[in-house]
Design a protein around this ligand. Structure first.
Ligand code: UDP
Ligand code: UDP
Length: 470
């Protein structure tokens, strides 16, 4: 008689294919969920697209496969599109479009994947083109939504809003059951329906019902209202189940070649607990030189300790063109050196936010940044600058994770008249943030909810995995 197989071998192991998109804000949550499912006895394959827009994406994909040899690598090459033809200057939106136009490559990739695929997890930015291709193969599909549940609600409601509004242009958007997104917080690109991203956004919103479910990198305790409204059909009646599976944990054991890993940590190790403000604006927000200088003045004036990641270009490959000395001056760097550290490289942000010395975060409110800070109980001063960031800023404020400033410069302003936020103002707000005891307490509570291993998100993910093994 054959030996009985151990339970894990007898049960059908699901094979999940991740279909990722472009930009670190999209890639990081994909890598994090792929790592988690791989650690939970799923077979995992990850489709990556080439070339990548940023060098950071390429490094992280390579490091991921080195750290997880069990994850199967699937690659496709996408054509480069002409920005002028599509009237789109944003390199990441253009790459979304290239990937969206590569859906015809999926049947071969999915058919070759072995064992047969149990489910595909698709990035929201390519949903409307990838979901039909996956469905044609008879494979269930799930969207991984990389922003907050409130933004998902906006994405889901936007087609209805456009069809029923009685004003010209886009105004305040009252999302049923969630909140009213004021016109000034609506992503700037959505005000013009002829923009490439606005078209993608609308089509992806219309495609949501085609997915078997939507996984969101958020926590029930942070966004109870938006999650309830989505799942009760208040936002739109044909919504598939929305599963809060966040916060997705940073991937341990991934050492990424060429990253300036040691310098900030050696410095942080010498600082007192919770004393440092970390300043970073994500992977695709370049700040103008004049604003960089004002921010520098603000940090210096605040008298606080700070670790500041300066980014002056949208794509990291262009960053070598200008040095720190040129942007800030040697005199400034010498003046702040006892209290501040300034870098102009990619840093391991999640590790920084986890460090005991970090107590506050001046952030553009990219949702991954918010999630990473929340996870470690670090309170946020939000300076949203574009895209979904004002919606995320509002979500974080409502969730007790921090505060944000409404009047600071925003993408809608023309480059020529972009408001300069003065150093003095930045300094005052930072001091308020670090002195706000109530906020420190609520951020700590929210962090504790997130760190609850086995909490609501863990259980939701367990059910998700089980549903694929039936
Ligand atoms: N990030 C990082 N180091 C950097 C810049 C960014 O690790 O120097 C990571 C950050 O931790 C986050 C992602 O890149 O996981 C950026 O995503 P987010 O949603 O915060 O903002 P986006 O860059 O998409 O605007
Ligand atoms: N998004 C969406 N529908 C789309 C494409 C994007 O809802 O068709 C969301 C996405 O989750 C993101 C936000 O819109 O949070 C802005 O997209 P972008 O790619 O600019 O995010 P970033 O790269 O700045 O993180």
């Amino acid at each position: 008689m054959p030996e009985p197989q151990p339970y894990a071998d007898r049960r059908r192991t699901p094979h999940i294919v991740f279909l990722a998109s472009s930009g670190m804000g999209h890639l990081n949550p994909f890598l994090r969920l792929a790592a988690q499912l791989s650690a939970r006895d799923c077979r995992v394959s990850l489709l990556t697209t080439h070339p990548t827009v940023s060098a950071a994406e390429e490094r992280h994909v390579d490091a991921f496969f080195a750290a997880f040899p069990g994850v199967r690598r699937l690659d496709i090459h996408v054509p480069l599109l002409d920005p002028s033809e599509l009237n789109c200057a944003d390199p990441f939106f253009l790459r979304f479009e290239s990937i969206r136009r590569s859906a015809h490559l999926l049947p071969r990739v999915l058919a070759d994947a072995s064992p047969p695929v149990s489910a595909a997890i698709v990035d929201i930015s390519v949903a409307s083109s990838y979901l039909p291709a996956v469905a044609e193969m008879g494979i269930p599909s799930y969207i991984l939504f990389i922003s907050c549940a409130a933004m998902l609600a906006l994405c889901a409601y936007f087609p209805t809003y456009l069809a029923t509004k009685n004003t010209s242009g886009v105004g305040d958007i009252d999302i049923p059951g969630v909140w009213t997104v004021p016109k000034s917080s609506v992503p700037v690109v959505l005000h013009d329906q002829n923009q490439l991203f606005a078209k993608q956004f609308l089509e992806n919103g219309q495609a949501l019902p085609k997915a078997n479910g939507i996984l969101v990198n958020t926590l029930h305790a942070w966004e109870p209202e938006a999650l309830a409204a989505l799942n009760e059909g208040k936002v739109t009646p044909d919504m598939p189940p929305v599963l809060a599976i966040g916060p997705l944990l940073p991937v341990p054991a991934m050492s990424v070649e060429g990253e300036s890993v040691s310098a900030p940590f050696a410095w942080l190790d010498r600082q007192p607990d919770r004393s440092v403000v970390y300043v970073g604006f994500g992977n695709r927000t370049g700040m103008q030189a004049e604003q960089i200088r004002e921010l520098g003045i603000g940090l210096e004036r605040s008298g606080l300790r700070f670790l500041w990641v300066v980014k002056s270009k949208v794509v990291d490959r262009a960053e070598v063109e200008v040095g720190l000395e040129e942007l800030l001056g040697e005199e400034y760097l010498a003046k702040i050196k006892d209290r501040g550290m300034v870098v102009k490289d990619w840093v391991e942000q999640a590790e920084i936010l986890r460090h005991r010395a970090v107590g506050g975060f001046l952030s553009h409110c990219g949702w991954n940044s918010v999630v990473e800070a929340a996870l470690y109980g670090v309170r946020i001063l939000g300076w949203p600058m574009g895209g979904d960031q004002r919606v995320s800023a509002e979500a974080l404020a409502r969730g007790g994770l921090g505060i944000w400033v409404e009047g600071w410069s925003w993408q809608a302003e023309e480059e020529a008249e972009k408001k300069l936020v003065k150093g003095e103002e930045i300094s005052e707000r930072l001091k308020d943030l670090m002195a706000a005891e109530g906020l420190r307490a609520s951020a700590t509570t929210m962090g504790a909810a997130a760190a609850d291993v086995g909490g609501t998100s863990y259980q939701v993910l367990t059910h998700f995995i089980e549903s694929l093994t039936l």
